[in-house]
Design a protein around this ligand. Structure first.
Ligand code: KIV
Ligand code: NA
Length: 273
């Protein structure tokens, strides 16, 4: 059996081959992601991607437990990281610990991710000292969309130093890796050079130690909107639309089901089909 990838292995990958990360929310998608990726991230993007929510704010612990379990079942090689949902960790280190431990215990995932830099450092330290490996997430933090005033780039000009300080703070607190979302490319490069833990970029340029995308975005399944940082590697939404249209036309024309899809009233004799 394969030895599972654990947070120290991910941390030790700094300066070697780029880390490959995709989100996954279900067992079948996890099975597709697993052989190719180092990490399968059960992102709270699940709320928008699979549950039609307008933001990630309505995502609950129950949703993360269910999707987390589903993804753990589909992964044999990639490490599973589960997002802590909005309002499950911000109140206190103790609240964060209780919920992170629940995510790990009820899913089998070996790590969690939470949003926030310097202001979450105390919480990250509290968790990591108690057996909860933490992946941090700084730059654009979508759970803070209402205080940030939208999904804008974070870290241009006089904001750059604050993002650098956030990166240093989460590293110091014990995070094993940090996601940089929608951070300008130059700054992401400087953070990556300065840190000893891997940076995983999304809309943060090629200098990061790894890259992450939302699986439904890169497969062309989620098409409500398309951020500039998404590259579409397939058009599965279009393929599904064509397949469903063909099925609908067949049913209306009584072209489906055909003889071969049905069950004869009398069993055929042995040797016959
Ligand atoms: O929720 C998510 O999918 C994420 C990644 C995009 C980093 O947090
Ligand atoms: Na997320």
């Amino acid at each position: 059996p394969l030895r599972p990838v654990l947070p120290p292995d991910i941390r030790a990958r700094k300066g070697t081959a780029p880390l490959v990360v995709l989100t996954a929310y279900t067992t079948p998608m996890a099975r597709l992601v697993d052989p190719h990726c180092d990490i399968a991230l059960v992102g709270d993007s699940v709320g928008m991607v699979l549950h039609g929510m307008a933001s990630t704010l309505g995502v609950t612990m129950e949703m993360m437990v269910l999707h987390g379990r589903s993804v753990v079942k589909g992964c044999g090689k990639a490490m599973v990281v589960i997002d802590m949902p909005f309002a499950s960790y911000e109140e206190s280190p103790a609240q964060a610990y209780r919920n992170a431990a629940r995510l790990m215990a009820e899913t089998g995932a070996p790590a969690v991710k939470l949003e926030g830099g310097a202001h979450m450092a105390e919480t990250i330290a509290f968790l990591t000292r108690r057996g909860v490996p933490v992946m941090a997430h700084i730059g654009l933090t979508p759970q803070a969309v209402n205080t940030l005033g939208g999904y804008k780039v974070v870290g241009r000009e006089d904001e750059a130093d604050r993002v650098m300080q956030d990166a240093l703070a989460v590293q110091e607190a014990g995070a094993f890796a940090v996601v940089l979302e929608k951070v300008p490319m130059g700054l992401a490069g400087r953070i990556t050079e300065r840190l000893e833990i891997p940076t995983i970029g999304i809309g943060a340029g090629a200098a990061c130690d790894g890259q992450v995308l939302v699986i439904d975005d890169m497969l062309g399944l989620f098409t409500e909107f398309r951020p500039r940082f998404v590259k579409r590697y397939a058009e599965l939404g279009k393929a599904a639309d064509e397949a469903i249209a063909a099925y609908a036309a067949d049913v209306r024309a009584r072209a489906f089901p055909a003889e071969e899809h049905g069950f004869p009233d009398v069993l055929p004799a042995k040797g016959q089909k």
